[in-house]
Design a protein around this ligand. Structure first.
Ligand SMILES: Nc1nc2c(ncn2[C@@H]2O[C@H](COP(=O)(O)OP(=O)(O)OP(=O)(O)O)[C@@H](O)[C@H]2O)c(=O)[nH]1
Ligand SMILES: [Mg+2]
Length: 201
């Protein structure tokens, strides 16, 4: 849940990168970290196994534009995609203001994508939340990988607005998706807070 500090005029948003193992969630954050100027980024923290699989989460704090006198800051998290770490995934998901679902476009990973998407819905359900309430972006990653490019079947209707925006990209090189996903979801999270505060969109 976004945190508004009226004394310091800062709003913090939590954005969670979700998706199956090896889809490229950590690569997304690494790319964003590489691209941003020092002034806009904090240290990236990665809690990973020896072979670089996320075991708890990655964390990257990013500061962004000032909106109506409030500085906006984004706390970017990734979940561990490996199936056995669901308790950790659920904890990291808690209070998310926006989600980037990083899918692996390779045909043979279709089942993992669908399972991970279902797992996301189930974990949100634990918090009495749904994807209708949280802005999310679907990022079809690994478009450069050799084994084709399968998209998720229609696991749920994809609305045309930001919630469910679909992007296709190459995560580790940032092509066609990483920064775009981050901008879209940042915008969505800000709009959500604005609506909740009763302002016209
Ligand atoms: N070919 C290709 N490789 C990618 C792409 N994005 C990430 N990778 C590579 O895929 C591997 C796994 O990427 P990670 O970012 O660690 O995957 P993850 O989703 O964080 O995986 P978990 O931590 O296990 O959940 C790494 O070797 C990345 O460099 C991409 O778009 N194309
Ligand atoms: Mg990872």
């Amino acid at each position: 849940m976004s945190i508004i500090n009226y004394a310091n005029r800062i709003i913090d948003f939590k954005i969670v990168y979700y998706g199956p193992g090896l889809a490229g969630k950590t690569a997304n954050l690494q790319y964003i970290h590489r691209c941003l100027p020092n002034a806009n980024r904090g240290n990236m923290i990665s809690l990973a196994t020896g072979d670089d699989r996320t075991i708890y989460f990655d964390f990257l704090p990013v500061s962004a534009v000032t909106v109506r006198g409030f500085q906006t800051r984004f706390q970017l998290y990734t979940v561990p995609g490996q199936v056995q770490y669901n308790a950790t995934r659920r904890l990291v998901l808690r209070g998310a203001d926006g989600l980037v679902f990083v899918a692996d476009s390779q045909f043979e990973r279709l089942r993992e994508n669908v399972e991970s998407f279902r797992n996301l819905e189930a974990n949100l359900h634990e918090y009495e939340s749904t994807l209708d309430e949280i802005p999310y972006v679907l990022q079809y990653n690994k478009r450069s990988a050799k084994s084709g490019a399968g998209d998720l079947p229609r696991v749920r209707p994809q609305p045309a607005d930001l919630t469910g925006a679909v992007l296709r990209g190459v995560g580790h090189r940032g092509q066609g998706g990483v920064r775009h996903a981050q901008h879209r979801i940042a915008h969505g999270a800000r709009e959500r807070v604005r609506c909740r505060a009763g302002e016209a969109p």
